[in-house]
Design a protein around this ligand. Structure first.
Ligand SMILES: Nc1ncnc2c1ncn2[C@@H]1O[C@H](COP(=O)(O)OP(=O)(O)OP(=O)(O)O)[C@@H](O)[C@H]1O
Length: 365
């Protein structure tokens, strides 16, 4: 039985339809990330689940319960906001306790849970401080504590890390992931940050224009993007895309680029029949090349001019020119250091790793 399911959800704001017949369900214990650019509808979807917004049509189920018409407090959820939403006049202890205000638990149980949460989130020394006396990371920890203290089945997070600096974001990412593992709860988490999505999610719903473009595990959306939007949105540096035409002849399938260069894609797992002459887009991840391969590498080897190289310590990005545009390759820093701008390098395309899309529909073929 799914832990959460959205069934035929429609959401209109006046005359504007933001979500139109959206369907999505996740299992117990899943960590679902709703990922997408600003305005794609992810917060709307989360707020519908929380009960902060009403659906225009459709049904929301939590476990076996239809919660579509229920008040937020009756849905068995806890929510963590980007803005922390802590009470400034209450201490950390007071804020944690407030999370349980509606539950009418005996005071020993309240104290026991405060101690449990404080230990788990390492905020024991902060219990008597007010929010103004805490750092951003500590405040967010308290906000998370106030959610988990309720011991509900489903936790909702609305961009909880976007007010934190890069280092703290990384730390909190690990903590939230650990917390999810320990509590084995179901999480629905909204973000536009693909690193957060890739590192924490068990399932990602990539959204654009109010539509779920792809729903799958982080590996699935990265390795097998369903369409050009997902391919371009996930991954940094972004996937390299080039226009080409499919050429099918005597069992051999090639992508013929605009310049006439040909890439053998016979190994590609086509979902249907490969159609000769089909206009396509070839997508190539920066890590799916080998530089400096021996000459005579066949159809998937090209000699390409070096534009520039960027070293980032453990990693380097090499920029070459391919089909009159910049091609980004992830390479070892040593290799990048040894290359001269303007020289050409032999590059082997890992043809088994390319992604092919129908140029007209944008869909994976
Ligand atoms: N109260 C409202 N009235 C009219 N349109 C709205 C309202 N709230 C949101 N929208 C529109 O609905 C769409 C989805 O908004 P939503 O806030 O869900 O997007 P989002 O993906 O969460 O974006 P962000 O990351 O910027 O918060 C947007 O086009 C937005 O302009």
């Amino acid at each position: 039985m799914p832990a959460v399911s959205f069934e035929h959800i429609v959401k209109r704001y006046g005359a504007v339809t933001v979500l139109d017949d959206l369907n999505l369900s996740i299992e117990d214990g899943d960590f679902l990330v709703l990922l997408g650019p600003s305005g794609c509808g992810k917060t709307t979807l989360l707020n519908l689940l929380a009960g902060l917004l009403e659906v225009s049509d459709g049904r929301i189920m939590i476990g076996e319960r239809d919660v579509t018409e229920l008040d937020p407090k009756d849905r068995g959820l806890a929510m963590v906001f980007q803005s922390y939403a802590l009470y400034p006049t209450k201490t950390v202890r007071g804020n944690l306790k407030f999370g349980l205000a509606a539950s009418k638990l005996p005071s020993e149980e309240v104290e026991r849970r405060i101690a449990w949460v404080a230990r788990m989130l390492q905020i024991e020394p902060l219990l008597d401080r007010k929010p103004a006396q805490l750092s951003g990371g500590q405040r967010q920890r308290v906000a998370i504590g106030r959610a988990i203290i309720k011991k509900v089945d489903v936790f909702l997070f609305d961009e909880p890390l976007s007010n934190l600096d890069a280092k703290l974001r990384t730390e909190m990412r690990l903590e939230i992931k650990k917390l999810h593992d320990e509590l084995s709860s179901t999480v629905v988490y909204v973000t536009h940050d693909q690193i957060e999505a890739m590192t924490m999610a068990t399932k990602i719903a990539v959204m654009d224009g109010g539509v779920i473009q792809q729903f799958g595990t982080p590996d699935e959306v990265y390795e097998y993007p369903a369409n050009l939007f997902v391919a371009g949105f996930i991954g940094a540096p972004a996937m390299n895309m080039r226009a080409a035409t499919l050429a099918v002849k005597e069992g051999k399938i090639e992508a013929v680029f605009t310049s006439g260069m040909r890439l053998d894609v016979s190994d590609y797992p086509f979902q249907g029949r490969a159609k000769d002459g089909l206009p396509i887009v070839v997508g190539m991840r920066p890590e799916h090349f080998t530089v400096g391969a021996p000459a005579g590498g066949g159809a998937s080897q090209f000699s390409l001019p070096v534009l520039s190289a960027e070293r980032t310590g453990s990693d380097a990005t090499l920029y070459l020119t391919f089909e009159d545009e910049m091609l980004a390759l992830r390479v070892a820093p040593d290799l990048a250091a040894g290359l001269n701008v303007g020289s050409t390098v032999p590059v082997q395309f890992m043809s088994g790793k390319v992604n092919l899309f129908d140029a007209q529909t944008g869909r994976r073929i």
